[in-house]
Design a binder for this molecule. Structure first.
Ligand SMILES: N[C@@H](CCC(=O)N[C@@H](CS)C(=O)NCC(=O)O)C(=O)O
Length: 219
């Protein structure tokens, strides 16, 4: 099998979701880092007309794909035939998809918008309040779902669980004040993240990300 090309970014969490799934499935990949200044221009927009990361090219199936949720679904359908990160039973299969959609529409955008508003020179308290509250709310939904359970769906860690790692991992960059508060108020989520961060594949990818960020230096 030829390696999959993953168009990625040193800091942006979405490509790292895909890197975790690739690693967990034991698929070889090479990352191409694209500057945010270049994502809305050709040649990258020939790969992703939406001008965002991640995107993949899988030469084994001649497919180019963007949107991290769609990429993850493709990788699972194509390469997780033994269901190490998924289930084939109907309820579990669609509950996993439900949580992935929740990650894509809930966790990712709210964390992303909170980070964006916090980084602006002009502070807009109402927007910051709105997104911080949404981060709390989304985390509260996860907290409840994990009550008395190790994983979101069934009895094993699936791609739904893993998809939440990279955004949670950058919380200190998004909003450092929320780190302690969320850890205190949402112990199930805290313990669940801890379990995932013990996995060799997650450790490897978070280390790759750390090194990629360090390579940016003062850029
Ligand atoms: N829904 C998209 C979101 C992708 C996204 O927002 N990616 C960020 C990096 S984490 C990006 O490319 N930002 C650059 C920009 O918005 O110009 C996905 O999950 O793939």
């Amino acid at each position: 099998m030829q390696p999959i090309t993953l168009y990625s970014h040193e800091i942006g969490p979405n490509p790292w979701k895909v890197a975790i799934i690739l690693s967990a499935l034991g698929i070889e990949y090479e990352q191409v880092f694209v500057d945010f200044e270049k994502v809305k221009q050709r040649p990258f927009t020939d790969i992703n007309p939406n001008g965002r990361l991640p995107a993949i090219i899988d030469p084994n199936h001649g497919i180019t794909l963007w949107e991290s949720g769609a990429i993850i679904q493709y990788l699972i359908d194509t390469y997780d035939t033994s269901h190490t990160l998924s289930y084939e039973t109907t309820a579990e299969k669609y509950h996993i998809q439900q949580w992935l959609h929740f990650q894509m529409s809930g966790q990712g955008p709210y964390y992303g918008q909170l980070g964006w508003f916090k980084r602006q020179p002009e502070q807009m308290p109402l927007a910051i309040q709105r997104y911080a509250d949404e981060v709390r709310r989304v985390t509260g939904v996860l907290e409840k779902a994990l009550e008395g359970k190790l994983w979101l769906v069934g009895e094993k860690c699936t791609y739904a669980d893993l998809s939440f790692v990279p955004w949670q991992d950058v919380l200190s960059l998004v909003s450092s004040e929320l780190v302690d508060e969320l850890a205190r108020d949402f112990p199930n989520v805290e313990a669940w993240m801890g379990r995932m961060k013990q996995r060799a594949d997650v450790k490897k990818v978070l280390e790759e990300k750390k090194q990629a960020m360090a390579s940016l230096g003062g850029k």
